[in-house]
Design a protein around this ligand. Sequence first.
Ligand code: GAR
Length: 215
Amino acid sequence: MKKRIVILVSGNGSNAQAIIDQCRNDYINGEVVALISNRPNAYALVRAEQSNIATQCIDHTKYAERHLFDNALASCITKLQPDLIVLAGFMRILTTDFVAQFEGKMLNIHPSLLPKYPGLNTHQRAIESGDTNHGASVHFVTSELDGGPVVLKSQIKIREADTPNELAERVAKTEWKIYPEVVRWFCEDRLQWINGAVYFDNKMLQSNGMVYDEI
Ligand code: GAR
């Protein structure tokens, strides 16, 4: 049976699009049952509508406190009965209570080689630190910001003349490959979360995950 996927977004939605497309192509044994945005003007909402996917907007500015927004979001997600929740450019910090409700079935993508550069401005930070490599990481979500166990990373070389925007563009192209790949594994039960440990093809993964090297 196809896994039920709910995607959470805040903006452009290019990663959401990649996952929607790969579900439609049957590359992923899953169905995106809804896309939820915390921002009413997120372009990802347009993308989902164009793909006939149900959308919801839960505007965080309408909630006086973080936990009230998280409660509304959690109850919306629970009704959708997802097997997997995919954070795709969802730019809200989630409360510990929220994360605990969906432990082991929530993935995120972050534009850095975690554990380097959690948080914002990752491309600029990598350039300023003189790094030679950069990339993106798909990881399970835990209550630690951008700190859950990594499943798969993409890795590219930083060029001497790279600006943060140029680097962001090249990293984004790798994100559209690694994120659908990890979602595919999850939907085929090749990727499993068992008591806080991550298993891929029944082998326990190290917390810094695997590197995708065919990009
Ligand atoms: C992506 O680069 C993703 O890695 C990043 O936001 C972008 C969303 O792009 N996520 C984070 O920074 C989360 N900490 P998209 O809306 O086009 O998929």
